[in-house]
Design a protein around this ligand. Structure first.
Ligand code: CTP
Length: 411
């Protein structure tokens, strides 16, 4: 010891996990586990109905802390105020239609709703319910109210619901909700947590495949990670996101509508449809510039002693240029990506002008660079002459900068 004070220990982020009475409460156990294992201090606040699905000992064991269930317990510590005041993040998963209604109307009839009223930190709701309840005008209005106040309300996933029916209303995977929590916590305060709330954005990701015959295609090496990072960060900032995924194998980000496409032509159709009511469209997909002029309906066979026939190619439509030239609504922002191997900046500026987009994210690619990795380095060129360098770092960080620049231009 040299007598100097020891470095200040950083406190673990304090998270309140509210759990309400839906069958998906069991999935919150996995979310809790992820939060605690990654170093968060989690106080679980289950409602009385939630405890009918998953009991208090489970929450206590997984959080390693006492579980707060009642405003009338430990009254001397004023739990109905203290828990919310001390939180860095409140996440409610699953959030029932009833909880959304009570939160939207500022009711305080149990510990969780008291906590929501006293919290001044970002709040994330992960609703789960039957499709009819999610689509009911009462729920739509409650969700809109919560979003207007700055809460992040994650769109439920589509799939099998309790019972035999299928539809929108499933709780997204705990891992995907965890990612939203992590991103919201990283951004910090309530004012900026949901700064894309009310915005509709479209992101394309992956790489198109242009079929030659039923088993072969012309494709590229795009992993889709940058596009997925863009979609996930926008959703975590409150945007309504449509992700056009071309041949990707990544898990769906929470709260994102995923539309799967294969070819450039399919991507074009999906992009034009989704862009119709979007505030911003980001084309991160690697679109094949050419496709085989002919598609062989049967597998192309080799013939001994004969040279293979050359493959004739035709141009694919330039989707980005089309989106930029025919904006679906005034003020819509169109963002492109450019992968360049040489003369990166000069080629980027020329491409920005050629495509007519508002922002162009230019990165240098090569054998070892960008494709498939989790990191990226880029410069974002603006049609207004601006350039914003983004240092080498996670693709998420680049995604956040893209949304910062988009938002600045939308407002
Ligand atoms: N893009 C598109 N439609 C195409 C080709 C590309 O929308 N048919 C979009 C990509 O999604 C990306 C941007 O355009 O956002 C840049 O693509 P890139 O292939 O680098 O540009 P090109 O104009 O094809 O230029 P190059 O001559 O370098 O291939």
């Amino acid at each position: 010891m040299d007598g100097r004070p020891q470095a200040e220990q950083t406190e673990p982020p304090r998270v309140v996990l509210g759990v309400t009475g839906g069958i998906a409460a069991y999935k919150a156990c996995e979310l809790l586990r992820r939060l605690t294992e990654s170093g968060h201090q989690v106080t679980v606040v289950p409602t009385a109905a939630a405890l009918r699905f998953v009991g208090e000992p489970t929450w206590a064991a997984l959080s390693g802390r006492p579980v707060a269930t009642e405003v009338w317990e430990g009254v001397h510590q004023v739990p109905h105020v203290r828990i919310g005041q001390q939180a860095d993040l409140v996440v409610v998963a699953p959030a029932t239609a009833d909880l959304l209604a009570r939160a939207a109307h500022g009711l305080a009839d149990d510990l969780l709703t008291n906590t929501l009223l006293t919290a001044r930190c970002p709040v994330v709701f992960a609703p789960a319910m039957h499709t009819e309840m999610w689509e009911h005008p009462a729920t739509r209005e409650n969700v809109a109210t919560l979003r207007r106040r700055g809460a992040v309300v994650i769109e439920p996933a589509f799939g099998r619901l309790t019972g035999a029916d299928t539809g929108k209303g499933r709780l997204p995977d705990p891992g995907a909700i965890f990612d939203v929590c992590r991103r919201v916590l990283a951004r910090g305060d309530l004012a900026t947590a949901a700064d894309l709330a009310g915005r509709r954005v479209v992101v394309s990701a992956g790489g198109t495949r242009e079929p030659l015959d039923p088993v072969r295609f012309l494709g590229n090496r795009s992993s889709g990670k940058q596009g997925y990072a863009l979609a996930a960060t926008a959703a975590a900032r409150g945007a309504k996101v449509t992700l056009l995924a071309a041949n990707t194998e990544l898990p769906d980000p929470a709260g994102v509508d995923v539309v799967r496409v294969g070819t450039a032509e399919q991507l074009r159709e999906a992009a034009l449809r989704a862009a119709a009511d979007a505030d911003a469209v980001v084309m991160a997909a690697a679109v094949a510039d050419f496709r085989p002029a002919e598609y062989a309906t049967g597998k192309i066979k080799k013939v001994e002693g004969q040279q293979p026939a050359p493959v004739a190619l035709v141009r694919n439509p330039d989707i980005l240029a089309e989106l930029a030239a025919h904006r679906a609504k005034p003020g819509q922002l169109v963002v492109g990506f450019a992968a360049e191997t040489d003369d990166v900046l000069a080629n980027g500026r020329a491409k920005l002008a050629r495509k007519g987009c508002d922002l162009l994210v230019v990165n240098e690619v090569g054998e070892q660079k960008v494709f498939g990795g989790d990191t990226n380095e880029a410069v974002i060129l603006g049609a207004d002459g601006s350039d914003t360098p983004v240092p080498y770092g996670p693709k998420e960080a680049l995604a956040e900068t893209v949304w910062d620049l988009v938002l600045a231009r939308l407002t």
